[in-house]
Design a protein around this ligand. Structure first.
Ligand code: AMP
Ligand code: ZN
Length: 481
């Protein structure tokens, strides 16, 4: 499989460290608010990546953190802790906020068929691990104490800007308009590993540490949680493109400084979901959440389909019009699948050919839009319906669009509606209708037995009573006067 790697800025062959296995780490949500549908785009595409790697036979272990401490309102170390802001906004404790929005996040994931990673770990449960790694960084000379805080010293690295498709100016987020520069920092991109001297006194969660009571910076949690559950070498690190700098850049800096060797080989970044007004962002205050789309009548599968229709490395513009189009396309797809008969034999050769197109699409830097085309090709293919259903079931282990289940449900609903209509029509019939139908059946038998005289007699008898018969290829219809 070829996968675009932000580290090399090329599409590299994916070769895991250990043959047959893949270790993946995913930056989890900051649980101070609902995940918006942009965040969920990132998790949908990461889910497809994980499922496709499993599909190719790899034994995948995927770990995700839950950010419940340390992520400040600026991605650099400025502003307030987002969790504290969330708690103040809702008049709740930080832990109540964390629980509520973590549950909300997994409920969204469930509705979107996003598989829960093998390990999910809140940052607040790993404080000792963070302290241990920070101590190591201090010992190795990569960190320093200033003003009560522990900072990572970026000048100690040979290369800091590892994703250097950005300019240095873009990356310099340390000082922003309206934000006071942190004078403790020796270099503008040094970052906090452990805060003791918070700019705000009322930080809700604090822990004891060798440097005083305080709390961890945001970046250290991902390095530590990844190393704790996946070891010293990671195959793929995932996240939204906004996390490339400073978050992932700082993760690499501290992990490799601590380990003394390369840490993660592939960096998978999902590009943004934008509104017509720009990037969808929680901090902007206006954002769309999945429960709102559901309330408006949208099927979560239509949103997943909308995301899969475009490549993960392209920005995707959300509008209701675009979602409506995806909804129509998804419904039509399900209708076509529902029309397939659940019978016949699977043709192994034809199935292999259909699967080859699907894997070709996803091997090509996870091209989900081409994978969807491969799905439409299944419907057009010249093979048995059983083969088509088998291909659809196979693809859906990766796409997770509920394809067969939704189609079978639709078919059952259509059949039930037809049976209901027939029963209602039947209830309208009176005894004369039943007599007419019995005579029509008798006439058909007479015709079959070439007893045309009897057939004509029945027709004449009915005609006298004001009933006209009309023979059609689908059977005899009648009209009462
Ligand atoms: P957060 O909850 O802010 O920590 O973000 C969770 C994930 O969503 C991270 O991987 C972010 O990079 C990603 N993300 C944030 N905004 C967007 C967006 N507009 N579109 C896609 N992904 C995003
Ligand atoms: Zn992270």
């Amino acid at each position: 499989m070829k996968l675009y790697n932000s580290l090399t800025r090329t599409r590299d062959d994916f070769i895991p460290n250990e043959p047959g296995k893949a270790k993946i780490y995913t930056c989890g949500p900051t649980v101070y608010h609902f995940a918006h549908i942009g965040n969920l785009r990132t998790y949908i595409m990461e889910d497809v990546l994980e499922k496709y790697l499993r599909y190719t036979g790899l034994d995948v272990t995927r770990v995700m953190n839950i950010t419940d401490v340390g992520h400040l309102t600026s991605d650099a170390d400025e502003g307030e802790d987002k969790m504290l802001k969330g708690a103040q906004r809702e008049n709740k404790t930080v832990m109540e906020i964390a629980k509520f929005y973590t549950d909300a996040f997994f409920s969204d994931c469930d509705k979107l068929n996003i598989k829960t990673p093998d390990v999910v770990k809140p940052a607040t449960e790993c404080i000792d691990d963070f302290i241990h790694v920070i101590e190591g960084l201090l010992e190795k000379g990569y960190a320093y104490l200033a003003g009560g805080n522990v900072y990572f010293d970026t000048s100690k690295l040979k290369e800091y800007y590892v994703f250097n498709n950005f300019t240095e100016e873009d990356l310099a987020v340390g000082v922003r308009d309206g934000v006071e520069a942190d004078l403790n920092k020796k270099n503008k991109n040094d970052f906090v590993l452990w805060f003791t001297k918070s700019k705000f006194e009322d930080q809700a969660l604090k822990w004891d540490s060798p440097w005083g009571v305080g709390y961890p910076g945001w970046h250290i949690e991902c390095s530590c949680i990844s190393m704790k559950y996946l070891g010293e070498e990671l195959d793929i690190h995932c996240g939204g493109i906004d996390n490339a700098f400073p978050h992932h850049t700082n993760e690499i800096a501290q992990s490799e400084a601590y380990l003394g060797h390369k840490w993660c080989n592939y960096w998978f970044h999902v590009h943004h979901l934008n509104t017509t007004g720009g990037k969808m962002s929680k901090s902007k205050g206006e954002f769309l959440i999945l429960p709102l789309l559901i309330e408006k009548g949208y099927d979560p599968m239509a949103y997943r389909f909308f995301c899969l229709q475009s490549h993960y490395r392209k920005n995707l513009v959300f509008s209701y019009e675009n979602l409506d189009n995806a909804t129509v396309a998804y419904r039509k797809l399900i209708q076509k699948i529902a029309a397939l008969k659940d019978e016949g034999d699977v043709d192994a050769e034809a199935l292999a050919a259909l699967k080859a197109k699907f894997t070709e699409a996803l091997d090509n830097d996870l091209n989900t839009s081409l994978a969807i085309t491969a799905l439409y090709d299944v419907l057009k293919a010249k093979c048995s319906d059983a083969t088509k259903r088998a291909a659809i079931a196979d693809f859906d282990t990766v796409l997770s669009l509920n394809l067969l289940a939704a189609a079978d449900k639709l078919r059952a609903e259509t059949e039930a509606a037809a049976a209901e209509a027939a029963a209602a029509a039947d209830a309208q019939k009176d005894d004369f209708d039943r007599e007419i139908e019995a005579l029509i059946a008798k006439r058909a038998e007479a015709k079959k037995a070439k007893d045309y005289a009897e057939a004509d007699r029945i027709r004449a008898y009915l005609s006298e009573r004001g009933v006209t018969l009309k023979d059609t290829p689908g059977g005899t219809l009648y009209e009462r006067a």
